[in-house]
Design a protein around this ligand. Structure first.
Ligand code: GLP
Length: 254
């Protein structure tokens, strides 16, 4: 596991963009796993800047989102389909027909299986971007999620609903359920890059990187993957003091 510690979230974003660009440089049709939430946003902005300036071309890439709320009306601005369209598809100039988000309409009982099949048909995910919940969740794999879980419908924990209520007008508007890639689905990606900023993530980051590998902290499953880059700001890394050093991304193997 490579751990990079940066001064602030803008620098975290640049590192995330560097890692994606590095993969794209030798795999222009890479399949990118995209996360929503605030953590990767600086990275998406930096990628958008590079695309706009002509430094980077993502037109051959595909994307699969990690998760989606259940039950929000189509087009709801808080749905992850809309969030991905706004912060990834449009600014990164991806082909919308190659951007996939798990369906949140509950109508199709085969939806979760079909999402797994679509990822497999695309050749699997080349690089998966991840944030981390304050309770250690990945995607919407809450504590207790089995390590062999695949895409499925899950109930959101009270903490996750409270944490995410900042994006809604009130807590009661936050959906109670979601569809999420499973932990085994995430671990199938060829490369993982986790980004976290801020003191509220310090404990989860410490448990994920240093704690026991256990479903109690779903992100601890990262310790089992062979190609993980973790990009943190100083606050998110504050629980790791004395354990890791900054490793310049350009010195890291692909
Ligand atoms: C959300 C998402 C995750 C995200 C995490 C952290 O609930 N389902 O995919 O990584 O929680 O969110 P944020 O980056 O906003 O702190």
């Amino acid at each position: 596991m490579r751990v990079v510690i940066e001064a602030d979230s803008a620098a975290v974003g640049r590192r995330l963009a560097d890692r994606i660009a590095e993969v794209l440089s030798h795999e222009p049709s890479a399949v990118i796993g995209v996360a929503t939430g605030s953590s990767p946003q600086a990275g998406y902005s930096e990628l958008a800047r590079r695309v706009a300036s002509g430094e980077l071309d993502l037109s051959g890439a595909s994307a699969f989102a990690l998760d989606e709320y259940l039950g929000l009306p189509a087009g709801d601005p808080q749905s992850y389909a809309e969030t991905v369209r706004r912060s990834v598809t449009v600014p990164l100039r991806l082909d919308p027909s190659r951007v996939h988000v798990p369906p949140g309409d509950e109508a199709d009982p085969e939806a979760a299986h079909n999402y797994e099949r679509a990822i497999a048909a695309a050749g699997g995910i080349d690089i998966q971007i991840l944030g981390i919940g304050a309770n250690g969740h990945l995607g919407f794999n809450e504590p207790g999620s089995p390590f062999d879980s695949r895409t499925r419908i899950v109930r959101l924990s009270d903490q996750t609903r409270r944490d995410n209520s900042r994006f809604f007008d009130s807590l009661t508007e936050v959906p109670t359920h979601a569809i999420t890639q499973g932990l085994a689905t995430i671990l199938d990606a060829r490369r993982l890059v986790l980004v976290a900023s801020g003191a509220s993530k310090a404990r989860a980051v410490q448990r994920a990187l240093r704690g026991p590998v256990s479903p109690d902290c779903p992100a601890s499953i990262l310790q089992l993957h062979a190609d993980v880059t973790v990009v943190l700001d100083r606050e998110a890394a504050s629980g790791l003091e004395g354990w890791v050093a900054t490793v310049p991304a350009q010195e890291q193997p692909a």
